[in-house]
Design a protein around this ligand. Structure first.
Ligand SMILES: N[C@@H]1[C@@H](O)[C@H](O)[C@@H](COP(=O)(O)O)O[C@@H]1O
Length: 261
């Protein structure tokens, strides 16, 4: 696992957007796995900037969704499909038919989960999966004690995650759905490159557990330790609990620039 400590969220966004642009140069129809929440926004802004500057070509890129609320009406502004349309597809000029996601409005939810697994496999798998991290170490919506081998399925949110996400629902936790569909940890580990971005003091403990703690289902993000190509990008505040921070800085400082992340 590589840990890159950046000065701020904007630098993290630029670093990751650069990696996406470089991936797309080699594979124009790459599948980019995208996450929601506030943390990834600087990545999408930086990628849109690269597209405007003619330094990234997303015209053939495909976008895959990580997770989705269950029970919000189709088109609800806070469904993750709507969020990704607003934050990723529209600014990048990517058409809806290049978008893969689970259907959180389906009557048969297990069938919708299986259909999404099939769609990801038929697309050839995710090339680069961007991840955030919950304060409890969750990735996607895989809450603590999710099986490290899990596939896309229905999950129940912890009350903490509902509280954390209430800010997107006018601060009213009752509006936050209790159930979600999420790519499983096993599904996420199938992506060819995992990039987790975490910023702010509130994520420091979860980051330390994920990077330096044991691999354990109680901290779902620790599963990244099992992946052959995982990059964790953190700002100084999110890195503040890492015992090996100096080593990570030293490694990054001496990395040949052609290697990228
Ligand atoms: N399902 C999403 C996760 O994918 C995201 O990583 C997490 C953290 O969000 P934020 O980046 O806003 O802290 O929020 C939600 O739970």
């Amino acid at each position: 696992m590589e840990v890159v400590i950046v000065p701020d969220a904007r630098a993290g966004g630029e670093l990751i957007a650069g990696a996406m642009a470089s991936l797309l140069r080699g594979r124009p129809d790459a599948v980019l796995g995208v996450a929601t929440g506030s943390t990834p926004l600087p990545v999408y802004q930086a990628l849109a900037g690269l597209v405007r500057a003619g330094e990234a070509d997303v015209s053939r890129a495909r976008i895959a969704q990580l997770d989705e609320y269950v029970g919000l009406p189709a088109g609800h502004p806070e469904s993750y499909r709507s969020v990704l349309r607003r934050e990723v597809l529209e600014p990048l000029g990517i058409e809806e038919d290049a978008f893969l996601g689970p259907d959180g409005t389906a009557a048969d939810l297990p069938a919708a989960c299986a259909a999404y697994e099939r769609a990801l496999a038929e697309a050839g798998g995710v090339d680069l999966q961007l991840l955030g991290i919950g304060t409890d170490g969750h990735i996607g919506f895989n809450e603590p004690c999710s099986s490290l081998a899990s596939r896309t399925r229905l999950k129940t949110l912890t009350e903490q995650t509902r509280k954390d996400n209430a800010r997107f629902f006018g601060g009213d936790v009752e509006q936050v759905p209790r159930h979600v569909i999420t790519q499983g940890i096993g599904t996420i580990l199938d992506a060819r490159h995992l990039v987790l971005l975490a910023t702010g003091e509130g994520k420091a403990e979860a980051v330390a557990a994920a990077v330096e703690g044991p691999v354990a289902a109680v901290c779902p993000a620790s599963a990244l330790q099992l992946h052959p190509h995982a990059t964790v990008v953190v700002d100084e505040a999110a890195a503040s609990r890492l015992r090996l921070a100096d080593y990570f800085r030293h490694t990054w400082q001496h990395k040949p620039s052609w290697q990228g992340i």
